[in-house]
Write a protein that binds this ligand. Structure first.
Ligand SMILES: [Zn+2]
Length: 71
């Protein structure tokens, strides 16, 4: 997903793997925002779970499938 830094306004990308692991850790820790640090200015951008899920719409289903496997 593409993010525009709230500090320096430069765009940067989060790969789908990063988005999915962010969603996984947010679900595990009950967080509502992911802190993505900008590669240009290193400031942290808060990204809502909703935005991340928009970038990975199949995450919730995949997560259910992964949980079934472990049980
Ligand atoms: Zn920045």
């Amino acid at each position: 997903m593409q993010i525009r830094c709230q500090n320096c306004h430069k765009p940067f990308a989060l790969s789908k793997e990063v988005v999915i692991s962010a969603l996984d850790s947010m679900a595990a820790e009950n967080l509502r925002h992911y802190n993505a640090s900008c590669p240009h200015c290193r400031r942290v951008n808060r990204i809502s779970m909703q935005e991340l899920q928009r970038a990975a719409p199949d995450w919730e289903r995949q997560r259910g499938e992964r949980e079934e496997e472990t049980e």
